[in-house]
Design a protein around this ligand. Structure first.
Ligand SMILES: [Zn+2]
Length: 249
């Protein structure tokens, strides 16, 4: 990368605080595991955040005050009533005995939440903890925003590096593997629709957005999306097939 490009990226990364691309993170470490969400033993089948963990996260997160409060007419979160909560997803353990865990959630605001990229686990030291992403709720069951897709637990001064890399924990000098399977970085979104049904999305640093299909019992690729940052009024990401359409089943 040339000097000029480096400078442009620096300008993009250090834009004003009100920019939707500003990467908001909580600086304090989050504590885990969250007692309300049992750790899920890692198996050979899943190389990124498993549905079992996300179901338990949804059960615990969506019963919190305001987590599903939505203005049904405007289909927008209600200031002072709706609430986003976010946890950090991580893997901890030793050798082949690893488990998926989440931290105690951070309470955000009606339309934003700032997760922490750092984890203090009750059982393992930092050297045996690998942060793989974030999970949060959307009170109105909206798809991920540009800001969601741009927010990764990576170096805050170079948040775009991971976008171009393979779907492994970027910049990690000791990439996490389980029986030779590389564990992929992924974040997730859980939400409850007006009719009481839930959806689970997970998305990757390379832009793939997947939704869990209850009928097919597997993750379905919805589209590949990139955060859109040039227009501060457009929070929707740019996807290859147009606006992101969720499965209705
Ligand atoms: Zn969000």
């Amino acid at each position: 990368m040339g000097r000029k490009q480096e400078w442009i990226i620096f300008l993009l990364a250090s834009g004003c605080a009100s920019s939707p691309m500003a990467v908001d993170v909580e600086r304090k470490a989050s504590r885990g595991p969250w007692p309300e969400v049992p750790a899920v033993e890692m198996t050979d089948e899943e190389t990124s955040v498993p549905i079992g963990l996300l179901r338990d996260v949804a059960n615990a997160l969506l019963k919190r005050a305001g987590a599903t409060a939505c203005d049904s007419m405007k289909r927008r979160p209600i200031e002072g009533l709706s609430m986003e909560y976010c946890s950090t997803i991580y893997v901890a353990g030793e050798g082949e005995s690893l488990s998926w865990r989440v931290t105690e959630p951070i309470r955000g605001e009606f339309a934003v939440c700032r997760p922490s990229p750092q984890v203090e686990d009750a059982d393992y030291p930092a050297s045996n903890v690998w942060v793989v992403g974030y999970v949060h709720n959307h009170p109105c069951a909206a798809p991920p925003s540009s800001k969601d897709l741009a927010n990764w637990p990576t170096d805050a001064f170079d948040p775009y590096v991971s976008m171009a890399e393979v779907r492994m924990v970027p910049g990690n000098p000791r990439p996490l593997t389980h029986r030779n399977n590389a564990i992929e970085m992924a974040s997730a979104l859980v939400a409850q629709r007006q009719d009481g049904t839930r959806f689970f999305l997970r998305y990757f640093t390379t832009g793939e957005v997947q939704q869990w299909s209850e009928t097919r019992s597997r993750w379905i690729l919805l589209d590949r999306c990139t955060p859109r940052g040039s227009n501060p009024f457009s929070a929707m990401p740019q996807c290859e097939k147009g606006p992101l359409r969720l499965l209705r089943e």
